[in-house]
Design a protein around this ligand. Structure first.
Ligand code: KIV
Length: 271
């Protein structure tokens, strides 16, 4: 593929223009080639190779166990599939929180080995040294505040964050600091809609919400959740666009019946 052929239609600059023009930004997760191809075709602006792959793909209770190698594998599969959207990859837990030198090597590994477009990290002042060092390498970085699933053991619940004034003030300070450091966008997860709108109005970079209300610059959902693949997860912010769980269940049951009844394969389905 030529270098030109790999240029994405959606760039960090384009996202900024979308905010300036009041055009909402659409973002979904993907972890594999096949689904990434479909959502690219549909016209999505950003694909997030989220560390929610730990839950959705591997069945872990939290996002903590997923490794750098596993995130790179998912990112490579997605990058191979897409032309238009910006591909952002989550830096997994433990690769940037402790040591900013290690953060830079982890970030460079993901970018070199996956050829993704940008990375995302969770947290504000606590990870600012790593944020600055990663940004100094020229890698575009997206922040993530509010409910930060990598800190689940610190907070103890997945409840709505920043309902109290002190936490809301800290979130606003962190958001401004991430912008000041050079982040190109920010994800806000599970916070009051009023606060989401306040942060989006205060920042010049795009603010993408998941459970952060309608006053932000765009929305992100986990693909498997919005397709209804898991009908046990029903937070208020989730709109289901399909019930793939039941569709797949029914299709597989039909297949099993057809095999058992000797109905599959029929004459046209054999050589
Ligand atoms: O990992 C993920 O899917 C995320 C989204 C929920 C924003 O970080």
């Amino acid at each position: 593929m030529s270098v030109e052929g790999k240029n994405r239609v959606i760039t960090t600059r384009k996202l900024l223009e979308m905010k300036q023009n009041g055009e909402k930004i659409s973002m979904l997760t993907a972890y594999d080639y096949t689904s990434a191809r479909i959502i690219d075709k549909a016209g999505i602006d950003i694909i997030l190779v989220g560390d929610s792959a730990a839950n959705v793909m591997a069945g872990h209770e939290t996002t903590l166990p997923i490794t750098l190698d596993q995130m790179i594998y998912h990112a490579q599969s997605v990058v191979r599939a897409v032309k238009n959207p910006l591909v952002v990859v989550d830096m997994p837990f433990g690769t940037y929180q402790g040591n900013s030198r290690e953060a830079v090597s982890s970030a460079i590994r993901i970018m070199k080995e996956s050829e993704a477009d940008a990375l995302k990290v969770e947290g504000g002042s606590e990870v600012m040294e790593s944020v600055r060092r990663i940004l100094s390498t020229g890698i575009p970085l997206m922040g993530h505040l509010g409910l930060t699933p990598q800190s689940i053991h610190k907070f103890g619940t997945y409840n709505v964050r920043a309902k109290e004034e002190a936490e809301a003030d800290k979130l606003m300070e962190d958001a401004l600091a991430l912008q000041e450091a050079g982040c190109f966008a920010l994800v806000l997860e599970k916070i009051p809609a009023v606060l989401g709108a306040r942060v989006a109005a205060a920042l010049t970079i795009p603010v993408i919400g998941i459970g952060a209300g309608n006053g932000v610059d765009g929305q992100v959902l986990v693909l498997h959740d919005m397709l209804g693949l898991n009908n046990e997860f029903s937070p208020r912010f989730l709109r289901r666009y399909h019930n793939l769980h039941d569709e797949i269940l029914g299709a597989v049951q039909n297949y099993i019946n057809d095999v058992k009844n000797r109905d599959f394969p029929n004459e046209r389905e054999q050589y």
